[in-house]
Structures are given as structure tokens and as C-alpha cells.
Design a protein around this ligand. Structure first.
Ligand SMILES: [Zn+2]
Length: 214
């Protein structure tokens, strides 16, 4: 018997992005989440997992969906990709106090992506993929995110990346960056090449604290 939930099983065995010209950009198994997102107060929703997670063996590429799932659930228990280390700055200071984590922010913070399939073409990762392909992949995957959020019921979501912001807030503009959309609530954080100045990091920490302590 499988220990995977019905939704987890569907995500791990999804082949929607393995057809047509998407086949050329989607060559790895889907990623359900990094770490266990269940029971986390804050859920970060990124855009697209990196193919390097598989290429550099941060996650298992076993044929067995349970083995892949386990390696993703235990993701933060071994060395992980530098992308996440950068994110950890958002959970320091005021945010640390509000989240009440002790050894690592990932005790209290979950992470999943809007799209579950890592993508790459000859030019690079997600940003280099054709817009039409991006649209198709988002279309294929976004229902999984809706169901995940429904099950996880995080107190707050941090949308990381402009496309992730747009998914929660279709009218998203640059001026909305680093604010919180109150209804859900969703903190909007576009990604930036080269990282953020300390003032912006503190604003994000403040948004997290304010949202969680409300
Ligand atoms: Zn997909």
C-alpha cells in the first residue's frame, strides 16, 4: 500500500507536461514540495523548481514515487540548493520571532512551486522557456497548487517571483511589490537578480510578522 495521499500520488505521477513540444523542456519528474508543507504557518510559493535539484542529486530521481516523495519531504535535512539559503533571510529578525522557529526556518515554513515540473531548454531554465510553453505548464500544474493550499491551509502565503504574484493577484504591478494582499493573505515578493537590499529584506520580515501575528 502506498503511503502517499491521493493528491501526492497524482502530482508525482503527473505526465501532463510530457507531451507535445513540452517534452523538450520537461525531462524530470514533478516536485511536490521542498520539505513537508503540512502544518506550516507560512507557505512560500515559488515559480518553478530548478532542474539542478535532479542534476545535482538534491532530490531522488528513483522510478519509485514513494522514494521521490520521501527525498522531497526530507529535503531540508541534508545539504540543499543555495536558492533556499537566500530565502532564509526573509525569516530572520521580526519574522523569526513571529514564526517561532528554533534551528531552521523550515520548521515553520513550507515551500512549493506554482509549476511542479523542472524546465530547461538549451538556453537555460524557466526564464528562457517560450511564453506559450510557460502558459501550458502553468495551466497543467496550477490546479495542484490550489489543492495543496486547500489542504495545507497556511496562515499566510509568500508569493515568490512575479509570475507567482500574478497567479494570486492577476492585476499585480511592480508597485505592489513587497506589500500584502490582505484577503488571503499573500505577501508579494518579486525575485531579483543579485538579491535584495537590507531595507527590502526588513520590509518582507515585517510583512511576515504582521500577517502571522494578526
Ligand atoms: Zn507539469
Amino acid at each position: 500500500m502506498s503511503s502517499l495521499s491521493e493528491l501526492e500520488h497524482r502530482v508525482h505521477t503527473c505526465t501532463l507536461c510530457k507531451i507535445g513540444d513540452l517534452k523538450e523542456v520537461v525531462k524530470h519528474y514533478p516536485i511536490h514540495s521542498f520539505g513537508n508543507p503540512h502544518g506550516k504557518e507560512l507557505l512560500v510559493v515559488g515559480l518553478n523548481p530548478s532542474t539542478r535539484e535532479y542534476e545535482d542529486n538534491y532530490v531522488s530521481s528513483s522510478k519509485d514515487p514513494e522514494k521521490r516523495h520521501d527525498s522531497q519531504m526530507n529535503y531540508f535535512q541534508h545539504g540543499y540548493y543555495g536558492f533556499f539559503t537566500k530565502l532564509e533571510k526573509f525569516f530572520q529578525g521580526e519574522a523569526k520571532t513571529a514564526l517561532k522557529w528554533v534551528n531552521t526556518p523550515w520548521e515553520k515554513v513550507g515551500f512549493t512551486d506554482l509549476t511542479k515540473c523542472p524546465t530547461r531548454n538549451e538556453k537555460g531554465q524557466w526564464t528562457q522557456i517560450k511564453t506559450s510553453q510557460k502558459r501550458l505548464i502553468i495551466n497543467n500544474c496550477q490546479q495542484y497548487l490550489v489543492e495543496q493550499i486547500d489542504q495545507i491551509k497556511p496562515k499566510a502565503i509568500l508569493a515568490y517571483g512575479a509570475d507567482a504574484c500574478r497567479c494570486f493577484y492577476p492585476g499585480y504591478k511592480q508597485d505592489d511589490a513587497f506589500t500584502t494582499m490582505k484577503k488571503k493573505p499573500v505577501i508579494l515578493v518579486p525575485q531579483r537578480q543579485g538579491g535584495y537590499p537590507i531595507q527590502i529584506i526588513q520590509i518582507i520580515q515585517h510583512q511576515i510578522a504582521e500577517t502571522l501575528l494578526e
